[in-house]
Design a protein around this ligand. Structure first.
Ligand code: SAM
Length: 247
């Protein structure tokens, strides 16, 4: 392809993370729906709305898994081609785990998509490659977040936009109580029943707790060099969209 791929050294990746997704890749799409009661679809739609895909643009979807955001980005830009000039948008789904990418490929419907195995902390792309970089439910698993944020900024073109969708902190006490009950009790049980893997889903729940809150994570975007950082809460802060620009 004409994308600027670069060679990166083989590094020791967080093996626990890799193990979690290796084991659950096949049932991943189903678990995603169950864990969020299907709401992750609406959050992803709103994220792509904000990404504002245009004909001819290039998206890199980091930790892109089976390619939900990449597909939505390309499809939305395609709709716009009916009224606006320009070629099709293209998206590269980049993920550390080949199995996730293969599961995505098997889903079909992969026009204008490319698939690249890569670590968010050492992205296999040249500087200034993409108009837009997204990461959904991926930054939480990265060992060094600021390193990854700087990498995602590096591969953006100047004035490019960055959007990060991630679980965050419920903004009211009442919601927090319901959410705690759901995530600490129901999710590990569902993980056992559906994926036969309670520990991995327990780990996912704990990783959400350890992740910084909305304001602290916004500061990390600024530390990585993003400008005009903004935060939008979804479903009362169960998830949040952080955005920033390469300026
Ligand atoms: N973005 C997709 C979505 O929203 O459906 C997938 C999200 S899934 C919860 C997290 C993904 O992050 C997995 O596919 C996993 O392999 C990937 N991942 C974990 N650590 C990563 C890293 N350091 N670099 C790139 N991808 C990573």
């Amino acid at each position: 392809t004409s994308f600027g791929f670069r060679d990166v050294p083989k590094t020791e990746k967080a093996s626990l993370v890799r193990g979690v997704f290796d084991r659950s890749a096949r049932r991943y799409d189903l678990m995603n729906d169950l864990m969020s009661l299907g709401i992750h679809r609406a959050w992803k739609d709103m994220t792509i709305e904000r990404a504002n895909p245009q004909p001819g643009e290039v998206l890199i979807d980091v930790a892109g898994g089976t390619g939900d955001l990449a597909r939505a980005f390309v499809a939305k830009a395609e709709k716009r081609r009916k009224t606006r000039s320009g070629g099709p948008a293209r998206a590269i789904v980049c993920d550390i785990n080949e199995q996730m990418l293969l599961a995505g490929l098997k889903r079909g419907d992969a026009a204008h998509l490319d698939w690249a195995v890569g670590n968010a902390e050492f992205l296999p792309f040249e500087d200034n490659t993409a108009d837009c970089v997204t990461i959904a439910f991926g930054i939480r698993n990265v060992t060094n977040r600021v390193t990854a944020l700087k990498e995602m900024r590096r591969v953006l073109k100047p004035a490019g936009r960055f959007l990060c969708l991630e679980f965050s902190r419920p903004t009211t006490r009442a919601l927090e109580r319901i959410y705690d009950a759901w995530s600490f009790n129901a999710i590990p049980v569902l993980g056992e029943a559906i994926a036969k893997d309670r520990d991995s889903y327990q780990y996912l729940v704990e990783s959400i707790r350890r992740f910084p809150n909305q304001d602290a994570f916004a500061d990390e975007l600024r530390e990585a060099g993003f400008g005009q950082v903004s935060v939008t809460n979804y479903s009362g802060g169960i998830a949040a969209l952080h955005t920033g620009w390469k300026i």
